[in-house]
Write a protein of this length. Structure first.
Length: 72
């Protein structure tokens, strides 16, 4: 499965920036984009591992719950 690099913009707008076969390449590319401020001032650069671009976008749009605060 490939790794996809996305710019996640406000209002859940997604822009696919790149696709890589190895995580190291995807991570390096994402870090370079973050350092350069690519995608706009409010965009977050994310790396997603998925079967297809559609699956990656679905995973990026899922709402995740915050972990509980404090000690268990």
């Amino acid at each position: 499965m490939p790794y996809y690099v996305y710019a996640v913009k406000p209002m859940a707008q997604l822009e696919q920036l790149a696709q890589f076969e190895a995580f190291k390449e995807a991570s390096t590319h994402a870090k370079a984009l973050r350092a350069a401020g690519s995608g706009g001032p409010q965009a977050r650069i994310k790396v997603m591992f998925a079967d297809s671009p559609l699956a990656a976008e679905d995973l990026l749009l899922q709402v995740r719950e915050a972990p509980p605060d404090g000690d268990d």
